[in-house]
Every structure is written in structure tokens, then in C-alpha cells.
Design a protein around this ligand. Structure first.
Ligand code: GA4
Length: 312
């Protein structure tokens, strides 16, 4: 555990529901080639509006870096229970098993939640910033770094999560749907999240019509999703995507690593003036990221956390 924790920096700690598991199909999710900015920025903005989700390729992060971190993670999750528990409980950062967040949510998952300091996270944050800068250009925001500066800020409230879904072969044959859930459906509260997983499937997103789509895993790529804060900052133009992970119905465990790019605690989360049409009003009340976070930690994982912040 110590090796992993030293490599990853300080562990501080950083929540699932199930609905019908039917309607599962593999969708055509936008794939964005980051080596061509001109094409990429239009694709990204369209994907953020339609899905709140897309995959990026040619991102410049070496497989080696991701694989090393994955291997370190597996080493940690394979340690005896007692050893792992020395890094817990996750309040807010640390090791957690089955229990997710403070509201009684559970899933077939173990995880480590931590603050962000290591090389991998810095590399992934750069990808997130590059994407946010392309969004800023495409939306004609006042400055290119209007969004990226929030997650580059030294006070940025970002975090990093390693999830380990133990192998549960044959699970799906069981009738109890709840037991199929690794991490229950939810939206991410932050601005943007960057996910990378090994080759084990399970990740799904919810489309606008409510259908769940399985996203084929791809360890060479990153999956980005719009968080609640970016939905608000675009006054609802971008969608904070609902997603979940099914338990690993295989002999192999699923390992995912997710960077959550959040703004500083005192940052006002409000629609960016340059996205607003003349006479357009904010759909949301005024609040800071700290207000949102405090409120989020009182909710159940699957709750729609933004409704409290919508204008009547
Ligand atoms: C969802 C996104 C991130 O994983 C996370 C989660 C956090 C936790 O696991 O402690 C939360 C969940 C997440 C949203 C609502 C609250 C907080 C559990 C929960 C019930 C680290 C985050 O920032 O919000």
C-alpha cells in the first residue's frame, strides 16, 4: 500500500442506484482525434450537447504511464483486506469497499479516492485542459483559458479515483438486479471528468431518451464526460451525462482511473456571459462550488443534484 500511496501522493478521500438493466446496446459514441484541433473542437462541442460524453484518441499520453499506474493499483487492491483498510475509511480521501459516499449507497467495487499530484494525473489534466480550451474557442468565450484555468488553479478542487471491480463471473445469471451494479448511476458534480479503464467492460451511459448504452472499453483512449458544473456554465447547453458501471461479469477485474476536474471552492458557478443569447436568463440559482459540494454530499448517488439549484 505504501508504495502505491507514495507514488500517487497524498491520500485524502473523495458515491450508485440501479434501474432496469434492459435496453442495453452499444452505441456510436463520438470519437475525437485530438491531433486535429479544427475538426476536434466542433466534434467536442456537439458531443457535449448531445451526449455529455465522448472518447479521445491521439491524446499524447503514453500507454506506459497508464499501464504503470494500473499495475500499481492492482497491486494495492490485491493486498489483504487488513492492509487496504489501513488506507481507509474514505472521509473524504482514502480506501473504500462497497460503501460509496455518505448516504448509504453501495456497489460491487473497491476504490481509492485521493487528491491529485502524480505524473499520470498531471498528464490527464493537460488533456482535460486542451479539451476545455477547444470548447472555449468553439463557444467564443472571452478567453481561451476561461474554463481550463479553473482546473489548473492551485486551489482547484479536483480529485482522482481508482476503482477496482472484483471479478464476478456468472453474476448476470442471477436474478437479483441490484447485485449487478458495480457503481450505480449518477452524474459527476465537477466540470469535466477523464476516465481510463483496462479492457474489461461494464461502463454505460444514459442517452437523452433514457436508454442505457454500453461503452466498449479501450485502454488506449480516454473517455471524457461533462459534469454538473459545466452544464450550468453553459446554461444547460451541455449535458452532464448519467453513467454507471455494471459489475465485472468476467474472470478479470475491471480497473478504472478517473480524474475529476473541479473549480476552486469559492468559485461562483454560473452561466458564462458569452454563451448567453441576448435576453437569455440563467436556469440556475447563484451558488459557489462549495455550496454545491456540500449539498451533493447530502444526496444519494443517483439523485438529480442540480434540481435544488434550478430556478423555480
Ligand atoms: C460522483 C463523482 C466522484 O466519483 C465523486 C463521488 C463522491 C464520492 O464517492 O464520495 C459522491 C458522488 C461523486 C456524488 C454525490 C456524493 C459525492 C458520493 C455521493 C453520494 C468523488 C464526487 O465528487 O461526487
Amino acid at each position: 500500500a505504501r508504495i502505491l500511496l507514495e507514488n500517487l501522493g497524498h491520500i485524502k478521500t473523495c458515491k450508485p442506484t440501479s434501474s432496469s438493466l434492459n435496453n442495453i446496446f452499444t452505441g456510436n459514441i463520438p470519437v475525437v482525434d485530438l491531433s486535429d484541433h479544427t475538426v476536434a473542437k466542433t466534434l467536442i462541442v456537439n458531443a457535449c450537447k448531445e451526449f455529455g460524453f465522448f472518447k479521445v484518441i491521439n491524446h499524447g499520453i503514453s500507454m506506459d504511464l497508464s499501464n504503470k499506474l494500473e499495475a500499481e493499483s492492482v497491486k494495492f487492491f490485491k493486498l489483504p483486506k487488513q492492509e487496504k483498510e489501513k488506507s481507509g475509511p474514505p472521509n473524504p480521501f482514502g480506501y473504500g469497499n462497497r460503501n460509496i459516499g455518505p448516504s448509504g449507497d453501495t456497489g460491487l467495487v473497491e476504490y481509492l479516492l485521493m487528491s491529485v499530484v502524480n505524473e499520470y494525473v498531471l498528464a490527464v489534466r493537460n488533456v482535460a485542459c486542451e479539451v476545455l480550451e477547444m470548447i472555449a474557442e468553439e463557444l467564443h468565450l472571452q478567453a481561451r483559458d476561461t474554463l481550463s484555468s479553473l482546473i489548473r488553479d492551485e486551489k482547484s478542487d479536483s480529485c482522482f479515483r481508482l476503482n477496482y471491480y472484483p471479478p464476478c463471473p456468472g453474476l448476470r445469471a442471477l436474478s437479483n438486479a441490484q447485485s449487478l451494479i458495480g457503481f450505480g448511476e449518477h452524474t459527476d458534480p465537477q466540470i469535466i471528468s477523464v476516465l481510463r479503464s483496462n479492457e474489461v467492460s461494464g461502463f454505460q451511459i444514459c442517452l437523452k431518451d433514457g436508454a442505457w448504452v454500453s461503452i466498449p472499453p479501450d485502454p488506449t483512449s480516454f473517455f471524457l464526460n461533462v459534469g454538473d458544473s459545466l452544464q450550468v456554465m453553459t446554461n444547460g447547453r451541455f449535458k452532464s451525462v448519467r453513467h454507471r458501471v455494471l459489475a465485472a461479469d468476467t474472470l478479470k477485474s475491471r480497473v478504472s482511473m478517473i480524474y475529476f476536474g473541479g473549480p476552486p471552492l469559492n468559485e461562483k458557478i454560473t452561466p458564462l456571459s458569452s454563451v448567453m443569447e441576448e435576453g437569455e436568463e440563467s436556469l440556475y440559482k447563484e451558488y459557489t462550488w462549495s455550496d454545491y459540494k456540500n449539498s451533493a454530499y447530502k444526496t444519494k448517488l443517483g439523485d438529480d443534484r442540480l434540481t435544488n439549484f434550478q430556478k423555480p
